[in-house]
Design a protein around this ligand. Sequence first.
Ligand code: R5P
Length: 314
Amino acid sequence: MKLIAGNSNRRLSEAIAHTLTTSLAVADIKTFKDGEVFVEIQENVRGEDVFVIQSTSHPANDHLMELLITIDALTRASASRITAVIPYFGYARQDRKAGPRTPISAKLVANLITTAGADRVLTLDLHAGQIQGFFDIPTDNLFAVKEFERRAREIFNHNLNDMTVVSPDVGGVVRARALSKRLDQRPLAIVDKRREGPGQSEVMNIIGDVDGRHCFIFDDIIDSGGTLCNAAQAIMDKGAKSVSACVTHGVLSDSAAARIIKADALTRLIITDSIEAPADVAACPKIEQVTIAPLFGEAIRRIANEESVSSLFD
Ligand code: R5P
């Protein structure tokens, strides 16, 4: 087995390699002055089971091209099987025709990865589970729910009596229900969110009881922070005791970290390291990271050994 890291998240890639007691294969992945990506795998991969670790996070297009070109290089170097390990699958939110004459970019990106030569995909908390069907190759979608369950139990000191799990929008109900199930079937509340445009969200209603409860929001992506901060404020306005949140992918564009600091309604935000945290996110006192390196390490080990991946979540 060989692990190769793109440039999007070296820290996570090294941590994954560490859990597998191996090191990353040596590869030169660089960008020429005109913006073109160049890749050179500097060790033999002929006949190897290769895992390319790359989140297609900001800058999404550069990181996507690095992934595609690395897969192409491995195909031409006669790797026997190539798994694209994509902890954060960017473009996932463009998974349907949102309006007339708009693309389904998530499908296009899936096609590109397949065409480049990937044999399998391994990813985490896809924005919508059905995106797996966009790939015509085996796709394993991991879940960060166990990591968040563990952290929630620590935060609430194993006393979950006053806790409610909240989905910040209707699309996240299945995900929130999975967390509530793991947290001893805590009650569920749902925020009825409307989105007028990218980065603008408005809370219309809260379905379920949050009055006097410690609320724990679970979402897949935080980008501008609008969804989370608006939901936290609306929940506090309905009489909640506190609002914490766990979100798998900390996209946290522009000044989202500053927005989190200013959001008095939100006590804390827990994200995973699927996206490498920029300095302002890493320094934000309200944001903490849990690592998904052991989860990916174990999934990679199981894929390499042809063992079940789904049983990781039994
Ligand atoms: C939307 O359906 C997603 O699950 C997230 O809630 C959304 O992408 C978060 O974006 P923002 O932080 O910009 O509101």
